[in-house]
Structures are given as structure tokens and as C-alpha cells.
Design a protein around this ligand. Structure first.
Ligand SMILES: [Zn+2]
Ligand SMILES: [Zn+2]
Length: 143
């Protein structure tokens, strides 16, 4: 269901449905900025985020957001890097390094198991969740 929201960039009101909370005009602008950054880091893999920002006119926080979203890829040797939020080591995209994301995934699995165990005690509740999930996947209501 589309909702009316304020664009995160220009604060204009627009109909929001999916993806980042920005209006179409800003989305287009951001795509152009992304392209500039992508080409620049491809041609100058040794540039720092500040240099990329200066040359492309794209703010550094946006460059880091592109990285975080996994849209932008930088060379192994690039000074532009994200740091793992857990251990602080260099990562290429997302929020955590491989070691930490594996560990976090394991934590999630054990948390999931606990959930499943409680669901087993109450099979009716688990069934209801599954049915709702399926309905959602097919995008139609099967009552
Ligand atoms: Zn906007
Ligand atoms: Zn880590």
C-alpha cells in the first residue's frame, strides 16, 4: 500500500511504496551520483572518500551509503572502506565482516531454534504463521 511520506533528501511529499524513502526526482539524481562515483573509483581505485567526494561532488556519507548497500564496490587496496560494526576490521559492503556475520548468523539460528521449540509446543501458532507467509508470497489472499 503506497503511503504519503517526506522525501529523505528534499523533504518533498511523495507517494512512497518500496525501496529507499526518496522521491522519483531524487532517485534519478542519486542514480546519476552513484554512476559518477562508480566510474570514478573504477578509474582511480586509490582515491580516498574525500577525493572522490571532491571530484564527483557527491557527499561522503552518500558514498558510504552506496558501499553499505553493496551497490558500490571498491578495490581491495582502496582507502575507501567500511569497518565491521562488531570488530572494526575492513569490509567491502554491509555492516559486518565475514567472521562476524557468520557468528551472528549462528546466533540467529540458535535464536530461531528457540523460537521453533516454542512453536512446537504450540503447533497451531506455527501453522498460522506459515499459512500467512505463503499467502504473502503469492500476493493473494487465500481465506
Ligand atoms: Zn526528493
Ligand atoms: Zn567483524
Amino acid at each position: 500500500m503506497p503511503e504519503v511520506k517526506n522525501c529523505r533528501r528534499c523533504r518533498k511529499i511523495f507517494m512512497y511504496s518500496l525501496g529507499p524513502q526518496i522521491c522519483d526526482a531524487c532517485k534519478k539524481l542519486e542514480d546519476e551520483e552513484f554512476e559518477k562515483v562508480r566510474l570514478f573509483v573504477r578509474d582511480f581505485p586509490g582515491a580516498t572518500a574525500q577525493e572522490v567526494s571532491k571530484e564527483t561532488g557527491v557527499p561522503t556519507h552518500l558514498i558510504y551509503r552506496f558501499l553499505k548497500e553493496g551497490r558500490l564496490e571498491v578495490a581491495e587496496s582502496s582507502p575507501i572502506a567500511l569497518l565491521c560494526e562488531n570488530c572494526g576490521s575492513r569490509i567491502k559492503s554491509g555492516r559486518f565482516c565475514i567472521t562476524c556475520s557468520k557468528r551472528l548468523a549462528n546466533d540467529m539460528i540458535s535464536a530461531g531454534k528457540t523460537l521453533q521449540e516454542s512453536a512446537n509446543k504450540n503447533p497451531d501458532a506455527a501453522y498460522k504463521t506459515d499459512a500467512r507467509g505463503l499467502r504473502y508470497l503469492h500476493g493473494e489472499r487465500k481465506e
